[in-house]
Design a protein around this ligand. Structure first.
Ligand SMILES: [Zn+2]
Length: 364
């Protein structure tokens, strides 16, 4: 019998006199809770006691008859053999046990969830940092190799038009811009090519290859507009936007390959996702960055930088006149980009004295 007799630490206080709590020890007998303190023993009949839990998580017994409260942090009370002999206390103890288990499993679930989220957050940060570093430190030769693969894999897209004399003007503008690039960004050998398609667009591939559709040349009104588009595409190259996008698209996969295989392995893995480069859609932020950096390239090359905005304006007017739904238009965020380029012009300290580019007749 003595093995079942458990003694608990706690304190007792009378209702309204909580500050005069008496520390002591108590146990349960067949009919009572016996609380021993420095100056005596309290005997509270179990039949009158109500068991509950307070906001601190401690167990409390209340004897409404005498106004005494007994409080204890000892959870073993809920399994006390003598306490459980009383039907109403047994029910109250069971309810508290269930409540505590529920809280505990909720707590474990939350800890598990927090750990899980933390683990993946750290992993995600590491992969992001590694992907960023990969994009920053990949050698230019990698990018050139990647672009060669992309071109080889899409023979139907890259049908280079060598008969169009306008390539001369395009190449001259590219060379003029390239010569004026900041020294740190002069690591690319820019090459321009024409693709004979009625698409009003241009795009750049990693390593410095710039492709202009003849549809764009047909639409251009003056050489500054073309220079604006080219400077924008060159900024995509120098900022490695294409490579970044590819790496971001398959980040963890490339990073893992980098650890388990050689650089060539990663390169071929990256080029496997090259479809992303051909269907070139960049986020608004990336386009905005290319506009701004391209603007500075134009300034450095002494070319009137308003050409890109002029070209966009022409585009928007042209498209507004048609019934093409907004989502299928070539530049959905064009008015935003025109506004941002206009702000650059307003802030510009230099507004005149730009080079006179050869006249553009827009014919091949
Ligand atoms: Zn762009």
């Amino acid at each position: 019998m003595s093995a079942l007799l458990v003694i608990y630490d706690g304190f007792a206080f009378l209702e309204g006199e909580e500050e005069q709590a008496l520390p002591g020890r108590f146990r349960f007998t067949f009919g009572d809770l016996q609380f021993e303190h420095a100056s005596g023993t309290l005997e509270l009949p179990l039949s009158r006691l109500i068991l509950d839990q307070n906001s601190a998580g401690n167990l409390v017994f209340h004897d409404a008859g005498t106004g005494w409260w007994i409080e204890s942090a000892d959870g073993r009370i809920l399994n006390d053999v003598f306490l459980l002999r009383q039907a109403h206390l047994r029910a109250q103890a069971r309810e508290l046990r269930e409540r505590r288990e529920g809280n505990r499993s909720l707590k474990y679930a939350l800890i598990f969830l927090a750990g899980f989220v933390g683990f993946f957050f750290i992993g995600w940060l590491l992969v992001k940092a590694a992907a960023n570093s990969l994009a920053n430190h990949a050698p230019v030769a990698w990018e050139e190799h990647l672009t060669d693969k992309v071109i080889a894999e899409h023979p139907k897209l890259f049908i280079i038009d060598t008969n169009d004399a306008r390539i001369g003007v395009v190449a001259q503008l590219v060379a003029r811009l390239a010569a004026a690039l900041p020294p740190a960004e002069r690591r690319y050998q820019f090459q321009a090519a024409l693709i004979d398609r009625p698409v009003v667009n241009a795009f750049a591939l990693p390593g410095g290859r710039i492709f202009v559709f003849t549809g764009l040349l047909d639409r251009v009104q003056k050489p500054e507009e073309l220079a604006g588009v080219l400077a924008h595409e060159m900024a995509h190259v120098t900022q490695r936007h294409g490579l970044r996008k590819l790496i971001a698209g398959g980040g963890p996969y490339y990073i893992l390959r980098l650890f388990v295989s050689d650089q060539q392995g990663v390169l071929s893995a990256i080029s496997a996702g090259s479809q992303l480069l051909v269907n070139q859609y960049y986020s608004r932020d990336v386009e905005h960055e290319a506009d701004t950096i391209g603007w500075h390239y134009l300034m450095a090359a002494n070319i009137d930088p308003r050409g890109l905005a002029d070209f966009f304006r022409l585009q928007t007017e042209g498209e507004a006149a048609t019934t093409i739904p907004e989502m299928f238009r070539s530049h959905p965020a064009t008015s935003e980009r025109i506004a941002s380029l206009n702000r650059l012009w307003e802030k510009s300290e230099r507004k005149s004295g730009f080079v006179q580019l050869p006249a553009w007749n827009g014919k091949s």
